[in-house]
Each structure stands twice: as C-alpha cells, then as structure tokens.
Design a protein. Structure first.
Length: 50
C-alpha cells in the first residue's frame, strides 16, 4: 500500500470528531482518511466502517 502523503489539516475535522464512533485513544480521531489508511495497513476496519 502506498504511503500517505502529507496533507494540510483536515478541513472537516470538527464535524468528523462529532460523528466519530472510535473509542481508541489515538491522534487519528476525526482524521478519517488517515484513520482508514492506518486500519487498512493492519488489515482491519475502523469502528465507523465495521
């Protein structure tokens, strides 16, 4: 899988954090693109897609 390129801050992070169902204590909450990629690298799905 390709490495995630650096991006500007997520413009939707405040809205994403409201709807985020994740209970993990990590710095990817609300950063959906990065969260999904991290889970895919572990052959897993985040709570919002499970």
């Amino acid at each position: 899988m390709a490495e995630m390129k650096d991006r500007a801050d997520c413009p939707n992070i405040e809205v994403n954090e409201i709807d985020c169902t994740c209970t993990a204590d990590c710095d990817l909450q609300g950063k959906c693109c990065a969260c999904i990629q991290a889970h895919r690298q572990n052959d897993d799905l985040p709570a919002c897609l499970a």
